[in-house]
Design a protein around this ligand. Structure first.
Ligand SMILES: [Zn+2]
Length: 172
């Protein structure tokens, strides 16, 4: 967890995702296949705790850690913030380039997370993206027509930028 980057384009993207994924895998009993099917709407974060409701309706609670670098709820807040960026005026690359590395002296966003756009609740919590530009939308449509969210909206679409998760229901 301490070695994962939380800033920089695009290292921060995958560092944040991996930190959030590790937190969920280490702190819950949710099978990996089900983790891949979770949506942002199944995650609630408040007062320093994250609660994930699985497909059976069972709540899995991730408690806060004193160290923000190791705090699972913080990892999920920071990752969810990236998933919400397509519904803001912020560019993903700018956000991550300007972001500060999470350190033991960082604050705990899990205690008072910023609200997210309701549309983000429908997207996969861990969408199938990878840094080698081989990602595909879950519905199989091509990134330029379907996966615009991760693109910088003020720039022409770059073939090096990966796609945004489909807003449709994730497939197993
Ligand atoms: Zn925290």
């Amino acid at each position: 967890m301490r070695l994962l980057p939380s800033s920089g384009w695009i290292a921060g993207l995958f560092g944040r995702r991996d930190r959030a994924l590790l937190a969920v895998a280490a702190s819950t009993q949710i099978p990996y296949r089900q983790i891949a099917q979770l949506t942002v709407g199944q995650l609630r974060i408040a007062d320093g705790a994250a609660t994930i409701t699985d497909s059976a309706g069972v709540d899995h609670v991730l408690e806060s850690s004193a160290d923000p670098v190791l705090c699972g709820p913080c990892a999920l807040v920071r990752w969810r913030r990236l998933l919400n960026i397509p519904h803001t005026k912020t560019r993903m690359s700018d956000f991550l380039t300007d972001a500060k590395q999470v350190t033991p002296a960082s604050h705990h966003p899990c205690r008072q997370p910023k609200p997210i756009d309701p549309r983000t609740l429908q997207v996969a919590l861990f969408p199938p993206v990878d840094q080698w530009d081989t990602s595909r939308c879950r519905d199989g449509r091509s990134p330029p027509t379907r996966c615009r969210g991760w693109y910088d909206r003020r720039k022409p679409a770059s073939p090096r930028i990966e796609c945004f998760p489909s807003t449709s229901s994730p497939q197993p």
